[in-house]
Design a protein around this ligand. Sequence first.
Ligand code: ZN
Ligand code: ZN
Length: 301
Amino acid sequence: MATDQPHGPLLAEYLKGEQLARGRLARPTTGQAQLERLPLRCWLSGTGTPAVVDGRYGPSTVLSIGEDLVMVDTGNGCAYQLFRLGRRPEEVTHVLITHNHVDHNADLGFLILAPWIHRTQEKPPTVIGPPGTLEYVNRIFAAHDYDIRARLPHGYDPEGLSVPVIEVDDGLTLNFSGWQVSAVKVEHSPVEDAFGYVFRTAAHAVAISGDTRPSDSLIAAAQGVDVLIHEALFPGYGIPDYHTSVHDVGRVAKAANAALLVLTHLIPGHLPEEKWRDIVQRSFQGDLIVGTDLLQVCDLS
Ligand SMILES: [Zn+2]
Ligand SMILES: [Zn+2]
């Protein structure tokens, strides 16, 4: 179709930068919680890193807590991995981002946009993350504004992408339906705003480290957890300054009095399980899982 605009009307509108969809800051529910004895189950949907390794998708962890479905980090392929676990993106009620390294947030946009496009969601998930998360969500929508505009003639409503966003700070505890999650600032400098999360029901607790060096604040916040899902690095690979060595991760789990330690975000992703297990078991005598993709790691009730 002929047009007086050099790029056509859709692209011209997109290039103006006046995006249609926006996230919105949501008011967190904090204070005294009414925790309930809810079933709490966890799966490793992705145990990888920025390195592309066969069989390890980008980092993400799925928790089913009562009626809610929670995804922690949205690494590459997280929506597909969720599907392989028998669940769908539109079922996700809460997304938590640990920090804004691309392996952890790469597929947030797809996870939100896919159900909107397929008209299968009642409402978008609440997105919880470090300071700057609202801006990040809005930049995703800006990047995809062309697509969002192109769907208007089919009756799509950008209001359906009005994503509630909660930005966390160290120690902030958020209350949801019978469960709560606490944000714990961890040590991933030069990434200043990196967080681990501790999930609690009335009966159980699960901690997820995010990317961090051995973190005393995480050890304190995760005391006595049923499950500690922690990143790990093998000497000679990656950037040791801001990750937790396989020689230290068992000590961290022991100091946190964790019943079960689950290794994820394995740097590198191709070593045999025994290499990790042999070293960690020198300092940690609890249960140990060397994570693989799509593994269920807990079923607590
Ligand atoms: Zn990472
Ligand atoms: Zn990182």
